[in-house]
Write a protein that binds this ligand. Sequence first.
Ligand code: TYD
Length: 211
Amino acid sequence: MEQKSRGRFIVFEGIDGAGKTTQIELLEKRLKEQGRRVFRTAEPTESVTGGMLRDALAGISKRTACEMAALFTLDRIFHNVNPVHGIEKMLADGIDVICDRYYYSTLAYQGSEIRGDWAFDMNLNCPEIRRPDVCLFLDLTPEQSMERISKGRVTQEIYETHEKLEQVRRKFYSVFERLDEEEHIVIVDASKSIDEIAEEIYLIVNTLGIR
Ligand code: TYD
């Protein structure tokens, strides 16, 4: 019997304004043109837990950093094991999975607010949370990011945004440093042209091979 090869699990993370959505769409299109089947997905997901997360992100409900980390992690487990359209099911069917945000976001956003290694352990030691084949981090300096996202704001708001962007970027970098030995993480210079970035990403994905 013919052995079906597993799909590839590709995660995108990125700084605000780095063009994550554009690049995800372009990669999906190119992989499909190559004849591959692609499943595009994102976190938080559309699950009940995902809804709770969206309410909290929108400020409708208030949650602590541990509650948020636990909810994101639970949502991620469903995302992996859902028998109908979970990540595991798709990969097993030979479909490439492109996921917009994954545990790197939990480690950067929630992890930095929680003392100790709990958020790391919960995500990286969970047998039902798969490690991606590659994490593509679309990187911009806070200046570049602001140039793209902020137009016509007052000075103080610009400073606040700058500080926040700097902080988030630092957090992602420290997460990547920590995972450097055990994972395939690529920092992509998102200040290049859309086509250049798309080409770079396409080449990286094609070196992943198909198992
Ligand atoms: P979303 O509106 O989907 O935006 P984006 O285009 O920025 O990806 O919002 C997702 C938000 O959730 C984003 O602000 C980051 C946050 N988030 C976490 O804080 N932790 C997580 O684990 C994940 C997956 C997302």
